[in-house]
Design a protein around this ligand. Structure first.
Ligand code: PMP
Length: 356
């Protein structure tokens, strides 16, 4: 047997593997997982039936083009089917967008802190990350981002609402920013939490992209639609970008189960959005309660809240875990907590009150 290892790309050395939110501990008190911004509700019976029926043919490859799902999405958003591209979760689509635009020597820009996959998928491509700090109020600093554009900038993520802070970018400032971005730079509006937004000033990327060929919207079935485990996300963009996504897709990357569950979920949208409404009510309750306890909580339009704890981050996360709720610590910075079912939120609120 040879002692030599295969030659791997040197860039991979420094890339951390993506760290998922910790799952609920198996022992100890009943633990609720509030660490991955998932939907706490179980799948709808109708969606389960669809998935069960689709399972009878998983000896076959799925429809690689996701034809029915793409058509359903095109109708739902009132856009041409040629503008819709699906992928293996929206993180898969984000990775394809980088692959389609950026390589060594190019720059991918995003606010920081933001979705922790951005630096990883950027580094994998060999491109350079340009991280523009959030303002002290934890919102995107779009002026600083526009100022940071160079001739090497190829792609800019605007995470709206931003993960992990929940803060949003509103219409006027986003449009002002887009007017400053050169037309050959792709702006990706990552709207993974779009359905949780109640602020009317936040623009809908699926409408805004229409007059802007360099804007692409990223959406997912993982959050409001409750299909995180099935891995299906999609982008809406003008034809050249959507076509590039079809070229960079992992062949058969969206299973038939996922495609059919996504279609069934779109058809059950009223019920699913009703659940989102309940979570939004819980969000208001959680934020109000935390503020009444004395915490500073940024205005969140997503299904999570952000607590800046600095050095107390790890201690708070451990205290939560001992109380039965698993939250997401970002060491030295803060904790992101998913808004979930009432019982889980109550345990979290009680723990936060005692810790403050
Ligand atoms: N974008 C943002 C901002 C996210 O928070 C997440 C999930 N944590 C994703 C994209 C990816 O979600 P998925 O791959 O499940 O669609």
């Amino acid at each position: 047997m040879s002692e030599t290892n295969p030659k791997l790309r040197a860039e991979l050395e420094g890339i951390p593997t993506y760290k998922p939110g910790k799952a609920a501990a198996g022992d100890g008190p009943v633990a609720y997982k509030l660490s991955s911004n998932e939907n706490p509700y179980p799948p709808l019976p109708g969606v389960m039936e669809t998935v069960t029926a689709a399972a009878s043919s998983f000896n076959r490859y799925p429809d690689m083009a996701c034809t029915d799902l793409v058509n359903e999405l095109a109708e739902r958003f009132g856009v041409p089917a040629a503008h819709v591209a699906t992928g293996t979760g929206s993180v898969g689509v984000a990775q394809q967008l980088i692959q389609a635009t950026s390589g060594p020597g190019d720059e991918v820009m995003y606010a920081w802190r933001s979705f922790e996959a951005y630096p990883i998928i950027t580094q994998i491509s060999g491109a350079t990350s340009v991280k523009v700090p959030l303002t002290p109020g934890d919102v995107h600093d779009l002026d600083a981002m526009a100022d940071a554009i160079t001739e090497r900038t190829r792609l800019i993520f605007v995470c709206n609402p931003n993960n992990p802070t929940g803060t949003v970018v509103r219409r006027a400032e986003l449009e002002r920013f887009l007017d400053r971005v050169p037309g050959d730079v792709l702006v990706v509006l990552d709207e993974a939490y779009r359905e949780f937004i109640r602020d009317p000033e936040v623009p809908d990327g699926a409408v805004l992209y229409r007059d802007r060929p360099n804007v692409c919207v990223l959406r997912t079935f993982s959050k409001a639609y409750g299909l995180a485990g099935l891995r299906v996300g999609f982008a809406i963009a003008h034809e050249p970008v959507a076509a590039a996504l079809r070229k960079t897709a992992v062949p058969f990357g969206v299973s038939q189960l996922a495609q059919e569950a996504a279609i069934a979920s779109l058809r059950a949208e009223d019920e699913l959005l009703g659940r989102v409404g309940s979570l939004v009510c819980e969000r208001t309750r959680v934020v109000d309660a935390l503020r009444a306890q004395g915490w500073t909580v940024p205005e969140t339009q997503a299904n999570f809240v952000w607590l800046r704890l600095g050095e107390r981050t790890a201690a708070f996360a451990e205290t939560c875990e001992r109380a039965g709720v698993v939250v997401r610590p970002f060491p030295g910075e803060g904790v992101r907590v998913t808004v979930a079912e009432t019982e889980a939120n109550d345990i979290f609120l009680k723990t936060a009150e005692a810790f403050f």
